[in-house]
Design a binder for this molecule. Structure first.
Ligand SMILES: [Zn+2]
Length: 332
């Protein structure tokens, strides 16, 4: 009977895995016809990726020369941001930090520049914010997820795919803890720098200065920033030790509900506490939410949360879901 209960509990967990998404939105710069370049140039001006008097080739060439002077390639920058994304995705939901007042001031600045670009951005606009530390705690990273995405204007007009899950829907704020320096970048730039050598025009308030980027992250020539682990592991591949679920509050919670005598089952990140009457499932889940976005399309925005679900057990069978508590929701 216990096995039946266990498998029932297990099936409630529905462990999910995340697959690494390939970026296929557009062809490389040298495959674009002159017609397409004309369209891209006009679209970039219309959407403030370029200033009115700016020429896309001049901007790309200007920034190419800067990268050359440092011996840094666009691919290195792209790989570096993919590495950051990898570290972030693997720590988010597990090692979330609370925002300081200084963080909030930086977030306010980011929000203001987003409002300038997206006139429809308003209070209702969905956003979620996570903060973690990576790279031996030397770099604080805040990621803001918007309920919409800035499009890559190199994207072919025949390609109708919404790429907001991959890029364009996040702003990233970095704080070099030791030097107390800050750096902002929207993740459309991860893609545009990597795939189109485009840092945006001088008149774009999303432009990233290549000098500043290279200096801030102390990028080095010939360094391989690609990560073997460019896939996000399944939940159950992450070590349980990394999760602070056994703090006193959580144990008190279990004790209050099912008493001090219970059995425990561990599945990867998740735990089940149960006795003959009740069960608590403690899961770190990836939840999807649907939210309206700026251009009328819907976006699935993944975010993580700890979730405690209480069940009643009758005759060794999970009979009733009593309640669900979602904690560590990092709404802003
Ligand atoms: Zn693109």
């Amino acid at each position: 009977m216990e096995l039946q209960l266990q498998s029932q509990l297990q099936s409630q967990l529905q462990l999910q895995s995340q697959s690494h998404k390939q970026i296929v939105c557009n062809v490389s710069n040298d495959e674009l016809s002159s017609d397409k370049w004309t369209r891209i140039q006009l679209e970039c001006i219309k959407n403030n990726h370029l200033g009115k008097g700016e020429n896309i080739f001049d901007i790309i060439e200007h920034d190419n020369q800067i990268l050359k002077s440092y011996g840094i390639s666009h691919k290195q920058i792209y790989d570096f941001f993919m590495k950051i994304t990898y570290h972030f995705d693997n720590n988010m939901g597990i090692h979330n930090l609370s925002l300081t007042n200084i963080d909030k001031q930086h977030i306010k600045k980011i929000r203001e520049r987003e409002i300038k670009r997206f006139i429809n951005l308003n209070e209702k606009h969905y956003q979620c914010i996570f903060k973690i530390k990576i790279f031996n705690d030397n770099l604080e990273v805040i990621r803001i997820t918007w309920g919409g995405a800035d499009m890559c204007l190199f994207q072919s007009i025949s390609d109708k795919k919404y790429h907001g899950y991959e890029y364009g829907s996040h702003d990233w704020i970095f704080n070099d803890v030791k030097n107390d320096t800050w750096f902002y970048i929207a993740d459309l730039l991860f893609h545009q720098i990597g795939k189109h050598n485009f840092f945006q025009g001088f008149d774009s308030n999303f432009r990233v200065n290549p000098h500043e980027l290279i200096k801030f992250f102390r990028l080095k020539p010939d360094e391989d920033y690609s990560t073997e682990k460019n896939k996000v592991p399944k939940w159950d591949e992450i070590s349980v030790e990394n999760i602070n679920i056994d703090n006193n509050n959580n144990l008190n919670y279990v004790h209050n509900f099912i008493g001090s005598k219970y059995s425990e089952i561990i599945f990867g990140n998740n735990r089940i506490y149960y006795n003959s009457e009740y069960a608590i499932i403690y899961a770190i889940d990836k939840i999807y939410s649907h939210h309206v976005i700026i251009d009328g399309k819907k976006a699935d925005i993944p975010f993580f949360m700890k979730r405690i679900t209480k069940y009643k057990i009758n005759n060794n069978v999970l009979s009733e879901q009593l309640s669900i508590n979602e904690i560590n929701k990092n709404w802003f």
